[in-house]
Write a protein that binds this ligand. Structure first.
Ligand code: BT5
Length: 268
């Protein structure tokens, strides 16, 4: 079943968020919802503008990786923010999105959902969702931020094996855990409401609550990890937390604290 225009009307009916999703652009097929929304942002689209596609032909992850985006089953959504913050604080929006996503998945009854630094939601250790935060600066401040979220909602194990190649081993879906279909319009409406809530908390109270809530939902506190810096370069240590910017802090075997700005972390 594709996410038809009628499902979007349903989303509008279900939507309780006040500032996010007032404008929703929807297409059955899109290259990437983030690319579309970055273009709309350059043209001055207002905060809360949302782009949704039923299928992406060029869904993007970080570092030019692909996000597998088949039709009729998942959620691919991007949301535009125009916060008055320093450009260097933009990565905090990945944390806000992670908290919001994790809450929505938890409320559906998935107890095993956790955040994996920097941008994944994992259910029982497998990737169910990914976040791609992209920012356009204006001098040292943020002009706008596009938060893109891909969630595997109704894919079955068979679908994943068929569509994902070797990624199927590291991926999961909400349906795989709950054993039933989830209403995607309702999921999108709930997600926009959670995002609005956490964005408001961040705007009114600052980043401390975001950092502590994120840490509560993080699956890898004090775990031993390997940090991959480049293809062949890596080191091990204990994941001890995130700093003020959302960067990962690793205590190495020599007792030094290293900060990881971006990269891949493998839990050992
Ligand atoms: C991410 O990148 O996890 C960010 C994904 C963001 C996707 C959304 S969809 C809406 C919006 N529009 C876009 O174009 N993008 C955003 P990263 O951490 O780099 O992870 C990418 C890796 O995840 C891939 O290299 C695969 O190993 C794996 N992967 C790809 N598709 C997947 C899927 N559907 N489910 C689980 N894992 C997947």
């Amino acid at each position: 079943m594709t996410m038809t225009a009628s499902m979007i009307r349903k989303l509008n009916g279900l939507l309780r968020a006040e500032s996010l999703g007032k404008v929703i652009h929807y297409q059955d097929e899109m290259d990437s919802t983030n690319t579309t929304l970055l273009e709309l942002g350059e043209k001055g689209a207002s905060e809360g503008t949302v782009v949704i596609a039923d299928r992406q032909t060029g869904g993007r992850g970080r570092l030019e990786r692909k996000w597998i985006s088949p039709a009729g089953t998942n959620l691919y959504i991007s949301i535009l923010f125009r916060p008055e913050i320093a450009a260097s604080d933009a990565p905090l929006f990945t944390l806000i999105a992670s908290i919001s996503l994790n809450k929505v998945i938890e409320k559906l009854g998935v107890a095993e959902t956790k955040i994996k630094w920097p941008n994944d939601i994992q259910i029982s250790g497998k990737k169910a969702a990914g976040i791609l935060t992209e920012m356009r600066p204006k001098r040292e401040m943020v002009d706008f931020i596009v938060v893109g979220i891909g969630v595997n909602i109704n894919m079955t194990r068979e679908d994943m094996n068929e569509e994902m190649g070797k990624v199927a081993h590291i991926a999961t879906s909400i349906k795989e855990h709950l054993g039933k279909d989830i209403n995607r319009s309702k999921f999108a409406a709930d997600l926009l409401l959670e995002l609005e809530n956490w964005y408001q908390i961040f705007s009114n109270k600052g980043k401390a609550i975001i950092l502590s809530e994120w840490t509560n939902m993080w699956g890898d506190l004090n775990k031993r990890v390997r940090v991959k810096i480049e293809e062949k370069d890596s080191y091990e240590g204990a994941a001890i937390g995130i700093d003020e910017k959302g960067y990962l802090m690793i205590k190495t075997d020599y007792g030094e604290i290293n900060t990881v700005i971006s990269g891949d972390v493998i839990v050992l």
